[in-house]
Every structure is written in structure tokens, then in C-alpha cells.
Ligand binder design. Sequence first.
Ligand SMILES: [Ca+2]
Ligand SMILES: [Ca+2]
Ligand SMILES: [Ca+2]
Length: 260
Amino acid sequence: MTRIVYDFGQLSSTPAQTFWDIGSKTDPNYDDFGYKFTVPDYQNFNLAITNVVGDVALDLYRYDINGNINYLGTSDSSNNHDESFNVFSQPETNETNQYLAVVRNHKTTDSTFNFYASATRHDQPSNLLPIESNLGTVDQTHPVSMQVRGGLGDSGTAVVYSFHLNQTSNLNLFLEQGNPAVVGAGDCDVIIGQDINHDRIIRDSNVTKDTDPNSEVLARSQNVGNANETITKTLPAGDYFVEVYQFSGNTDPTLHLSVS
Ligand SMILES: [Ca+2]
Ligand SMILES: [Ca+2]
Ligand SMILES: [Ca+2]
């Protein structure tokens, strides 16, 4: 096994994108694909693997000041589901802002996938749209009420959900912040949007469509501190996303979606 490493250089808010075909793991010439990148100080980096045929895993490593890599974690959803990381990058002693993401193939056949990487402001949403959880159709008999997976903090700065409306609906989003005594007095915010051009990237993610017609963000709620977030919006039938993201600190919010 060899590892082919591509150097992405410094990430920016314009996502780097690649499409790859990774050989069977039983192939004697099997290669892992490594992506080396640096992140501007005090920004988040976002990695997404989408459109998987087969099944891949994504390992994340960080370089120390001596050029050694230290393992940080693995994203490995089942089957052909998407993989992702959203991490706040602030080097501690002996650490750098340089990382290595490695894609492995689980299958004895080739796997293909798209890989995306971006850096975004630490208090703003990720602009990538891996489908981490598909909530299905939300209607009057199928509201959603669920704890945001893993909570939010520096090692997981964003969680993306997709959902569908089968008719014009008054959507009510309520994001209940966790108990600050339990998870710390953090602050998270939320956006609802639509990937109009289906490229798995949120165009103009820092603003909303109200102020910039190009933005794929339809509404957002960004109350201060531990206040809950609410969005009420009339939306036509279609596919939408919700992204819950860290503004600061740790939170353990619960997402409620209903229509009226
Ligand atoms: Ca997987
Ligand atoms: Ca888009
Ligand atoms: Ca907030």
C-alpha cells in the first residue's frame, strides 16, 4: 500500500473540490489518498466526502512542529453515506495549523467520491453540505425533535441535516440550547437553506437571501449567549438543509422542526 499525498495549500472560503476513483483495497497497488492542507489561524476547516459509490473512511491527522502527524479521529459512516469534519483550528504548544486527511477504501471494488475542503470564520456556518442526517419529509404528522448529534464544540463546529417538504408549509424551527450547567455556557446558531444548484456548497453562506439574492441561506437565527433560536418561514415544497453551528464554546442543543 502506498499513500498518494496531494497538497491543497492554505484553505479558503472557496472550497477546494476533487473527484476521485480509489482502487480496491485488495489490489496490490492499492493507494490511500492523502490531502495535506493548512488552515488560517483561528478559523474552522470543513471537510466533506459526498456522492460515494462504495464505502470510504476519512482519517484526520495534525502535524506537530517537528513534521510528525498525530491522529485526531475518523469519520466513517456506513455504506455510501457522506463523511465530514468541521474543526476549529487553534494550535497548542508544539502543534501547527497543518493537517493530513486520508481517504481509505473499505471495499474490494473501486470506490469513487467527491472531496471538498474549505476554511470559514470560526463564528460562521460551514459552507459545505455533506448529508450527515436525512430527516426525511417533515409534515403535520411527522415533526422532528432530536438532540444535535455529538453537540457542538471546537472539535465539531457544525452539523448538517437535510429534510423535505411535500407542499408549501409554514416551517417552525426551534433550537433549544443545552443546560449551561451541564455543557458549559456556549452559544450556537442555526441557518435554513436550499442547495439550489446542487453543488453541495452553500453559496454566500455568511449572509441571507434577504440581503444577497445569490445566497442559498433562506433564514438564520443568531441570538446571543444561551438564548434559544427560532425561525418561522413559509417555504414551498422542496429539499432543504438545516445547519446548526458553533458561535462559541460548547453546547448540546435539541432541534425541533414542525409545520403548521
Ligand atoms: Ca464510510
Ligand atoms: Ca449550492
Ligand atoms: Ca446563538
